[in-house]
Design a protein around this ligand. Structure first.
Ligand SMILES: [Zn+2]
Ligand SMILES: [Zn+2]
Ligand SMILES: [Zn+2]
Length: 280
């Protein structure tokens, strides 16, 4: 059995977020117990640590994963919080040699054409391996199937990653709206999609609880958790575990004592926490 470990449960900026003194950020500044790291996942595989997303909290996240250097990196997309740890692979820090970096051709293009990232490729710290949507990448003891999902496309495209070993885990930190995603994947509802995929565990975009958390929230669309809960209802016996991740610092789910956290748990669903492990 392979073990996947959640290394970060927050949106790209983490909690606390730079420049913010909201209740969640102030609590996290005062006590690290309330801190949340940007979203990231580790899979311990026979060939070494598989790291999903490379965030600015990489040093602490690798310690949490119990490994020194990742054997392989996988990226869902090129928004900053998901890739700003890539520099740690360079000469200034780990100075790795040809660590495979799996991403879409569009994300690979961004890495090739951004000087800071290009240097890592040029020096051979990272080795691009381009994947195609719907085509499983066979690895040692597991496969990863990338699935295109609609998400703000100014930084290339975005993929959910379905990790299959004995069991299946869907990693979907970012998407814009259920309507667009369900159309793209040809499913009638989130539950229908999870069943089609045979997912046992779903790590799902839970950026915002509701649609009114940010003044300009329409510019950064994510399906609010409240809407996802309306679609899912109460957890049924044959449902996968659904764990909400990528929590924005404004999301009341950041506080496990909030009314919203209680509502979530009573419905049978979960909020992610650093160190949560899943057997695959
Ligand atoms: Zn993100
Ligand atoms: Zn804040
Ligand atoms: Zn994003």
């Amino acid at each position: 059995m392979l073990t996947a470990t959640l290394l970060g449960s927050a949106q790209d900026g983490g909690v606390p977020q730079a420049g913010c003194r909201c209740g969640h950020c102030a609590a996290a500044l005062a006590d690290r117990v309330f801190e949340r790291l940007p979203v990231s996942l580790a899979l311990r595989a026979p060939g070494g640590l598989q790291l999903f997303e490379a965030t600015h909290a990489l040093p602490r996240q690798l310690a949490l994963a119990g490994a020194q250097t990742p054997a392989t990196v996988w990226l869902t997309h090129a928004h900053l919080g998901h890739i700003d740890g890539l520099g740690q692979f360079g000469t200034e820090v780990m100075n790795t040699s040809e660590v495979p970096l799996h991403c879409s051709p569009a994300v690979a293009d961004i890495l090739r054409t951004t000087p800071a990232w290009h240097a890592l490729l040029d020096r051979g710290n990272l080795l691009l391996q381009e994947f195609r949507s719907g085509e499983p990448v066979e690895c040692d003891g597991f496969t990863v199937t990338p699935l295109t999902v609609p998400h703000r496309s100014e930084a290339g495209d975005t993929h959910a990653l379905l990790v299959s070993a004995g069991r299946r885990l869907l990693f979907l930190p970012d998407h814009d709206a259920w309507g667009a995603t369900l159309t793209a994947v040809g499913a009638a509802s989130p539950r229908d999609w999870f069943r089609q995929l045979g997912a046992d565990i779903v790590l799902l975009d839970g950026t915002f609880w509701s649609s009114g958390e940010l003044p300009r929230q329409a510019e950064v669309p994510h399906p609010p958790v409240r809407e996802t809960l309306e679609l899912l209802g109460t957890r049924r016996e044959d449902d996968p575990r659904v764990v909400f991740i990528h929590l924005n610092h404004t999301n009341p789910l950041c506080n496990p004592e909030s009314v919203e956290s209680t509502t979530l748990v009573r419905s049978g669903w979960e909020a992610g926490r650093e160190g949560m492990s899943f057997g695959l």
